[in-house]
Design a protein around this ligand. Sequence first.
Ligand code: HEM
Length: 147
Amino acid sequence: VKDKELIRDSWESLGKNKAPHGVVMFSRLFELDPELLSLFNYSTNCGSKQDCLSSPEFLDHVTKVMLVIDAAVSHLDDLHSLEEFLLNLGKKHQAVGVSTQSFAVVGEALLYMLQCSLGQAYTAPLRQAWLNMYSIVVSAMSRGWAK
Ligand code: HEM
């Protein structure tokens, strides 16, 4: 129960500014694993991190990811209702060449973004609460990936 409060309270303001926070998250992702850049093959080519961050399709994807997180936060009481959606999403990522290990790196980037945005409010229990929720999301995506 405490976990859910920590997550909802911390997402309240972040969720209103999805694009900029998502950009912080993906900038961190490409620092952690630059090879992931090559998986974004949009019309505006993502040759470098800067190219990627200025590509409209890439920024759309950033927002898509933030919307999935937003959906998870709003369904904390019934995350299983997202199961079908997440299975499908995992399968789509398998098709575009994203490995399941990369989902974990996105998790690290998510925590980094939370830390940057929340400052002092980023505590060990808050970090753990987010990790727990994100691992439920990733576990469903990974099951869909492997199907
Ligand atoms: C679609 C790449 C992680 C959510 C896509 C597409 C690509 C892609 C290439 C298809 C083109 C597009 O819609 O822009 C990646 C890479 C990731 C990653 C390289 C990181 C390693 C994630 C994560 C989430 C997510 C963690 C959500 C938690 C979505 C959504 C779509 C999408 C919602 C649209 C699916 C649809 O069209 O139905 N991703 N993705 N992605 N991705 Fe990701």
